[in-house]
Design a protein around this ligand. Structure first.
Ligand code: SF4
Ligand code: SF4
Length: 370
């Protein structure tokens, strides 16, 4: 539902300009410019909504630079609903649609294009979209639409699996691993045809009609099959009334059952990246603790700069924000684990030559399953 201008102005009023959010904002840390801070963007939004200033290229750029990482919301003592506010502003002054957003609405085409890109010979100068499609390395075939029953499934243990858009194109191995893990826990997985992108990318950019269409498509696709829909990308949120559940959050509710499975050791040195979108927090570390022999080192916080299609639209900023994250990877690390597909692609593309493998935690869990 679209907020009224009065609603949005009420949200800007909540800001007491204390600046406590500034140290948490990646773009403020990068530019050291008030206009690149949450407080500055709230002031710009207020002035725009009140008609005191007109939108121009410079203001649009400050607003577009925002990664919607929500770190400011977590830090804010006044609970300013920053994401809602920015979304409302973008609905009135939309972010220029990047071609990638259009392509992401056609996940089947995107998956075919990514498959072709992975068949090309290795060359470090391929254009960025091709480098991204190849960044996670070879992938198995995408799991076909249909039902994947657990050996001892009960009718109530039925989950839907969202293939997503970028996930479908680049993380078939993680999708297969998810089926295997959830089957091992006794859940039957259903992958209905005609599902699509969750719509989060469009929603973040203020394209609410497009986001609503995505939710509607998935609601229809999953209507007859399941109540809970699992997503393996922590950035895939869906919108009301489509309830998506991050697989990490789901698995974290099943530690007792997971402990009863048989795990073989993996002697990998893993660095763990936590995406801004992840609601799971330490849950990933707890899940990976089921794997004997695994060494896990969390990376310090910080947005990697992927942020939806920001990695394509604001390339220079995305690369600059990625660098400190990559610089933390110690020599000898074998894997970088992250739960969001955008971060995985962006980070993997940044470490050219694929010195370490970038994976979703479920891939390691499934590999370790006896
Ligand atoms: S922390 Fe909250 S109240 Fe303080 S300046 Fe930032 S947005 Fe405003
Ligand atoms: S969402 Fe992230 S990038 Fe945007 S203002 Fe808040 S902290 Fe800064």
């Amino acid at each position: 539902m679209k907020d009224t201008t009065a609603d949005l102005l009420a949200a800007t009023d909540q800001c007491v300009k204390c600046a406590l959010c500034l140290p948490h904002c990646p773009t403020y840390q990068h530019y050291r410019d008030e206009n690149e801070s949450p407080r500055g963007r709230i002031a710009l939004a207020e002035a725009l909504l009140q008609g005191q200033i007109a939108m121009d290229g410079r203001i649009q750029q400050h607003l577009d630079h925002c990664l919607t990482c929500r770190r400011c919301e977590t830090a804010c003592p006044s609970r300013v609903p920053y994401t809602r506010l920015l979304r409302g502003v973008r609905q009135r002054w939309p972010v220029r649609a990047h071609w990638a957003r259009v392509l992401l609405q056609q996940p089947a085409w995107l998956a075919r294009a990514a498959l072709l890109a992975r068949r090309l010979p290795a060359w470090r100068h391929w254009p960025l979209p091709i480098r991204l499609a190849r960044a996670l390395g070879p992938q198995p075939a995408l799991p076909a639409c249909g039902t994947y029953p657990a050996a001892d499934a009960t009718p109530s243990r039925r989950l839907g699996l969202l293939l997503g858009c970028a996930t479908r194109a680049t993380q078939a191995n993680a999708l297969r691993a998810s089926i295997r893990l959830l089957n091992a826990l006794g859940y039957t997985l259903v992958i209905p045809p005609h599902q699509g992108c969750c719509g989060a990318l469009a929603a973040h950019q203020g394209a609410q009609l497009q986001a609503d269409a995505c939710v509607q498509q998935n609601q229809t696709a999953f209507a007859d099959s399941v109540e809970t829909i699992i997503s393996i990308a922590s950035g895939c949120t869906g919108g009301d009334p489509l309830a998506l559940m991050d697989i990490v959050v789901f698995l974290a509710q099943h530690h007792t059952a997971l402990r009863q499975l048989s795990w073989r050791p993996l002697h990998y040195r893993v660095v763990l990246h936590q995406p801004c979108t992840s609601q799971a927090g330490p849950a990933v570390t707890d899940l990976l603790a089921h794997i004997p022999g695994l060494q896990v080192q969390p990376l310090a916080g910080g947005c990697c700069g992927a942020a939806g299609d920001h990695l394509l639209r604001q390339r220079r900023q995305a690369v600059a924000l990625r660098q400190p994250v990559l610089a933390q990877i110690p020599a000898g690390a074998t894997h970088l684990v992250t739960t969001n597909v955008g971060c995985a692609l962006h980070l993997a593309e940044g470490q050219r030559g694929h010195a370490i493998r970038v994976a979703h935690p479920v891939e390691l869990l499934a590999e370790s399953l006896g």
